[in-house]
Design a protein around this ligand. Structure first.
Ligand SMILES: Cc1cc2nc3c(=O)[nH]c(=O)nc-3n(C[C@H](O)[C@H](O)[C@H](O)COP(=O)(O)O)c2cc1C
Length: 341
């Protein structure tokens, strides 16, 4: 354990012994290799650093007032470590075994459905544990249909509030990572589900709308042709290189562990694997933008960015890069900024 007062913020990347070796490997290739070898992004082990609260600093011209504490203020070290490992394990699962989800796993997920940090405000999950497969439809007939899912979580957002999409992405991905860490398969579904059948299975308060779903269950040992075709169509096993999605400070000036955190965001799931997130590394933190700059409040890109925000923050906590997300002032075409503590 490192005492909190020894951590005066992220260290320059040059202090990282293996930094040069790691940097020389193309980031996409390194993640594929890591997945194949089941190696974690960081070799340093989990630090207890993130436990301390962040202190407000002078805000930059882009930042608005919304300020949250680090995720480590709300979640246990063990859970954050499990989620960080789950980032490497997670992949979309569309075919399930016909057996129910263990009760303890359902309880663990249930405990998170109302959110696990203030960033989840305006989002909520609803658990469906019977005949969940009936909620899903295919793209063309049965093609791409989720099969045999014993359970599902329906994600809803308070749609008249700004940032509800980011909140749904952030909360939903927490549930996805929790499920992954419990040995369950998941798959974000925003298109191929029946809205009517879903609404008939949950109680939605006025002002809330269903945004997306995930099935929950144990992955089938048999991959169907449809699953393979969908993965190939979306190129699900690859991601844009960091050089395409990250701008700002050159790599030698990145804090130690930041590359791993950006890779965690890079490997987040997104609708059609479009990866609409872009990052700018500044001296005081990392700004997150959508690829097209400004996007409307209902945009699916905001949902994808909310998912990437959670991956990035979980990996930052694991690397000891304490900080918190802040939202920009109105009119600034930025999704959020992760400001170092
Ligand atoms: C917001 C969102 C919506 C998605 N909607 C669908 C969907 O309707 N049907 C589907 O089969 N997959 C859907 N996906 C899964 C993506 O295709 C998948 O995450 C992406 O191809 C990356 O693959 P991976 O999750 O295996 O890493 C969705 C993913 C996200 C994040």
């Amino acid at each position: 354990m490192v005492p909190p007062n020894t951590r005066a913020g992220p260290q320059p990347a040059g202090d990282e012994p293996q930094a040069d070796a790691v940097r020389s490997v193309d980031s996409t290739l390194s993640v594929i290799l890591r997945r194949a070898l089941k190696e974690p992004r960081m070799s340093s082990g989990y630090s207890s650093h993130g436990r301390s609260c962040t202190t407000p600093h002078i805000r930059s011209a882009e930042e608005g007032g919304a300020l949250t504490n680090s995720l480590a203020t709300y979640l246990s070290e063990a859970r954050l470590k499990a989620w960080n490992d789950a980032i490497d394990e997670r992949h979309s699962v569309r075919s399930y075994q016909k057996r129910p989800v263990r009760e303890e796993a359902l309880q663990s997920i249930e405990g998170l459905l109302r959110g696990f940090s203030p960033l989840c405000r305006h989002a909520r999950g609803h658990l469906v544990v019977q005949n969940a497969s009936r909620l899903f439809t295919g793209f063309l007939g049965p093609f791409g249909k989720i099969s045999n899912a014993p359970a599902a979580v329906v994600f809803a957002g308070e749609f008249h509030l700004p940032r509800y999409m980011e909140a749904v992405g952030y909360l939903g991905e927490g549930i996805v990572l929790e499920a992954t860490s419990l040995g369950l398969g998941t798959c974000w579904i925003a298109g191929s589900f029946s809205r009517d059948r879903t609404l008939a299975r949950i109680r939605l308060d006025p002002g809330w709308k269903v945004v997306a779903l995930t099935p929950l269950g144990y992955e089938s040992r048999h991959t169907t042709l449809g699953d393979m075709a969908l993965k190939a169509l979306a190129k699900s096993d690859s991601r844009k290189p960091l050089s395409e999605i990250v701008t700002g400070l050159p790599r030698p000036r990145w804090p130690r562990g930041l590359k791993g955190a950006l890779e965690a965001a890079q490997w987040a799931p997104s609708a059609r694997n479009a990866q609409p997130w872009r990052f700018r590394v500044d001296r005081d933190g990392v700004a997150l933008m959508a690829d097209t700059g400004d996007v409307n409040l209902n945009s699916m890109k905001r949902l994808d960015c909310g998912i990437a925000m959670l991956h990035f923050e979980v990996a930052c906590c694991a690397a000891g890069i304490t900080g918190s997300w802040r939202f920009p002032k109105p009119g600034i075409p930025m999704i959020a900024k992760y400001r170092y503590a």
